[in-house]
Design a protein around this ligand. Sequence first.
Ligand SMILES: C[S@@+](CC[C@H](N)C(=O)[O-])C[C@H]1O[C@@H](n2cnc3c(N)ncnc32)[C@H](O)[C@@H]1O
Ligand code: SF4
Length: 382
Amino acid sequence: MMPNRKPLSLYIHVPFCKAKCTYCDFYSIVGREDSIPVYLKAILNEIKHKAQILDLSGHYLDTVFFGGGTPNLLDPEDLSKMVEMLLNLASPGGDMEIGMEINPGEATLEYLKAYKSLGINRISIGMQSFQPHLLTFMSRIHNAEKSFSTFEDVRNAGFQNVSGDLIFAVPGQTRKEWVGDLQRLVSLQPEHISTYSLTVEEGTALHRWVEAGHVKMLEETVDNGLYDWGRDYLEASGYPNYEVSNHAKPGFECRHNLNYWTGVDYLGFGPAAHSYFQGRRAWNIKNLDAYTTELMNSGTGGAGYETITDSMARNEMILTRLRLRRGLNMEEFAKFFDENLLQTKKGILEKWAGKLALVDGYLVITRNGWALTDEISSDLMS
Ligand SMILES: C[S@@+](CC[C@H](N)C(=O)[O-])C[C@H]1O[C@@H](n2cnc3c(N)ncnc32)[C@H](O)[C@@H]1O
Ligand code: SF4
């Protein structure tokens, strides 16, 4: 915290992957590692350009996140130039969180130690599952042993804030397998666990298979059963959820994500990256070549922007805060939007009685409503 200054988060999108997973619609490209040098040049230009045009004197750097794609495909030397420039963008906060996503089996111990020495202090490992048939279904190129050995390497490199990501509700997955996956991850004792329900995104191989009838997604009820069981199990194991899909030992909640969900300003760098800065959302070109060309020509890789209207801000606050365990602060909502939700949406609160509750001035979704979080939120939105 820095008095009189606002927190700022930075996101750097690294779009390279060794293989494309069947379900993933994040912008990532395969077999293009030869373009890393031009990508790096473009990113450094983008940082320089943003430093010139934005006034960041009222902000302090709170979190930085290298996401993807696969950030571990960048060697530490390349990353060090980026980190140095990023940390010069604004005054660094006292205990910055600098996170990075890695894929199992892809970062050597030597690389991990080097990342640590650059100041990276949080690692998130995309384990996804420990079941060979589910990893194959998702086209993941690692196996369970790689997840375990990478976790060990991450610890040996000195990281004390580590997350494991798992996916559930994968077609063919049994409840026993999901229970086993969670138990194995808990036995490693990471500080943080993300559990994502597999979603079918347009443009992915999974979407084509489902459309063609080759693959049937798990029934909603089975999926919800897996979610509720997982959330209870993780809570009992010392990992209470602080957001629908995220669980952490107390004090290890991902600050970068919490910043996204609570309206903190953030700047995105790299193809397809989004920014949210002083009431405006902007997004970069979602194509590496077009992004690098445009950046070299004009200094910006932006594709578009929108000004956040009151109605958009209202909906976003409802959507993101109701996904948080702490819920939606009624006083903050009333202050921002001059609206007492308890009165304007009285009928909706009655409709969802038992699933939506007022606890210490916060509107929260109860255990009975977890599986209906999206439906409840959309009823409260305008
Ligand atoms: C986009 S990946 C980037 C990090 C890294 N490459 C990895 O695979 O873990 C971030 C997280 O989003 C998850 N993800 C991507 N698409 C998803 C989908 N359709 N449903 C559920 N989780 C998804 C990934 O499995 C991963 O845990
Ligand atoms: S899930 Fe991760 S590894 Fe797989 S394609 Fe997406 S970004 Fe790449």
